[in-house]
Write a protein that binds this ligand. Structure first.
Ligand code: IFG
Length: 510
């Protein structure tokens, strides 16, 4: 058990050590002292959390901290040069709490660490925090979660609830799978029937729904204030029945198919080299790009079983060029790597197993060959819609067996595709597909605690070259930290699966 493991934080910090001396006590009248650009905004979020989690009312002051204060300081020299994007330091002593960072993101991640160190019984006095010194920064800049809002629709408030939960784990990208066979979930001004008709249902005949463009802008802003970048996905040319059902002219036959509420894949395709479809693509990609301040626009490309290989290549070259023309970086599932006409920088998302099968490794390396990078989402460890164990009520079971928490933890993104190392890996992402998940409670049960495992894989120190993954990812040291985090989930009302492999503690009575 190293010093880091003794400090109950997930993702595991790079350096964390317990200090001697008296604990910090949050006394009535304590303030949050802020200095530096962005510190006040971060402090606002901390104050809001302490108010809702601990019923504490702290004021924010723009002056040096007094004894017993919390200080948030943002300045270039607060973290070493290579780690200024998201690195932070956190010191807790009797004198006070001090978060230092070179960026608002780093300060915000310091706040998430602090939140995990605040005892869950923080509404009663005394609120004490054990003394600790932490210096931390992420291995990868992209730690993502994907929420499939196409199969089952989730309201803006449910998406915000999901964002609130993922930031506690320092997850900084939310990939929204906005379109699929079962639903089109983002309003497009120039093609209104995509939502008027294409959003009217979902998997299992569920109610459907969609985001107006103002609602989407609000979600993007909510996420950005919490250091989360939204990655919108318009899946194409496959997974497009909702669009085809909305506009007959998008279909070769000129006849629109019925809306689809089942769970099959691979039966739909947009046309390649068709003028109406090209106008459609330019319009939908243009409107979604305009709604997206983030750098990526994901165009899917997965499971195009009804698109001929030649049509697929024609389609992808055209659609990816349209994305690049908006100034966004295209992203797509690894099958898009069959194209050798990807715009410079296009990002591939690997979703095969930790042991690659067929052509998936080569398709993934194709993005690197074309000047791009890769997000790792191996389906047998990072797909959070896969069952925890055989026979589960929720989830799917196609990914080489169940995915336990240990399974979601003991893997490494740089030990999957031969020749693909950290230099060309943006990071990791854990998708939760919602064919079988009708409520946000169901989603949370599948996502937590396994997202905590994937988040640690994406943030924490890489295994050394001589370390096995099993050694580097010591589940027996991870499980107690997960148990501590479970208390915060219980207090926050975040649903999670109390898997038997973790020594969960009594949930608190709030
Ligand atoms: N694969 C499909 C998803 C979803 C998933 C469920 C990808 C890229 C299986 N495509 O994963 O649409 O159906 O686990």
């Amino acid at each position: 058990m190293s010093a880091n493991d003794d400090v109950p934080v997930i993702p595991r910090p790079v350096e964390a050590e317990r200090l001697d001396g008296a604990p910090f006590t949050l006394a009535p009248g304590a303030r949050v002292s802020v200095a530096g650009a962005g510190a006040a905004d971060v402090a606002e979020l901390l104050v809001a959390e302490l108010a809702s989690d601990c019923r504490r009312d702290l004021s924010i002051v723009h002056e040096p901290p007094a004894y017993g204060d919390i200080a948030i300081v943002i300045a270039p020299d607060e973290t070493p040069e290579p780690h200024r994007a998201e690195g932070y330091s956190l010191a807790v002593t009797a004198e006070g709490v001090r978060i230092g960072a070179a960026s608002a993101a780093g300060a915000f991640w310091g706040v998430q660490t602090l939140r995990q160190l605040v005892p869950v019984e923080c509404a009663s006095d005394p609120l004490t925090i054990a003394p600790v010194s932490i210096h931390d920064h992420p291995r990868f800049g992209y730690r993502g979660a994907m929420l499939d809002v196409a199969r089952h629709f989730f309201t803006p408030d449910e998406v915000k609830r999901f964002i609130d939960a993922i930031v506690l784990l320092k997850v900084n990208h939310l990939h929204l799978h906005l379109t699929d066979d079962q639903g089109w979930r983002i309003h497009i001004e120039s093609w209104p029937n995509l939502t008027a008709h294409g959003a009217s249902t979902g998997s299992d005949g569920s109610a459907g729904g969609f985001y107006t463009q103002d609602e989407f802008r609000d979600l993007v802003a909510y996420a950005a204030a919490r250091q989360v970048t939204i990655v919108p996905e318009l899946d194409m040319p496959g997974h497009t029945n909702a669009a085809l059902a909305s506009y007959p002219e998008l279909n070769a036959s000129g006849i629109a198919p019925l809306l689809y509420t089942g769970s099959k894949v691979g039966f739909s395709t947009l046309l390649s080299d068709d003028e109406t479809t090209k106008r459609f693509l330019a319009d939908v990609i243009g409107e979604v790009a305009a709604l997206t301040p983030g750098p990526y626009l994901h165009i899917g490309g997965d499971e195009c079983l009804s698109t001929s290989p030649a049509d697929f290549l024609t389609f992808i070259a055209h659609a990816a060029a349209l994305v690049a023309a908006t100034g966004k970086t295209p992203a797509g599932w690894h099958e898009m790597g069959t194209s050798d006409q990807l715009p410079e920088g296009t990002v591939g998302q690997y979703w095969d197993f930790v042991v690659p099968r067929g052509s998936s490794a080569d398709e993934t390396l194709s993005f690197v060959r074309q000047g791009g990078a890769v997000i790792m989402s191996p389906a047998d460890v990072a797909y959070l819609d896969i069952v925890y164990e055989d026979g589960d009520r929720l989830g799917q079971d196609w990914a080489d067996g169940p995915t336990t928490v240990r399974g979601a933890y003991v893997w490494d993104p740089a030990r999957i595709v031969p020749g693909l190392g950290d230099a060309h890996i943006l990071g990791v992402e854990a998708p939760v597909w919602t064919e079988t998940l009708a409520t946000i409670d169901d989603v949370e049960e599948m996502v937590f605690p396994r997202l905590a495992a994937v988040a640690e894989v994406g943030w924490s120190t890489a295994p050394t070259d001589t370390e096995s993954v099993e050694t580097a990812r010591d589940f027996d040291a991870f499980a107690p930290r997960l148990a501590a985090l479970g208390q915060h989930w219980a207090a926050a009302g975040t649903n999670f699966r109390r898997v038997p492999e973790v020594p969960w503690r009594e949930s608190v009575t709030v």
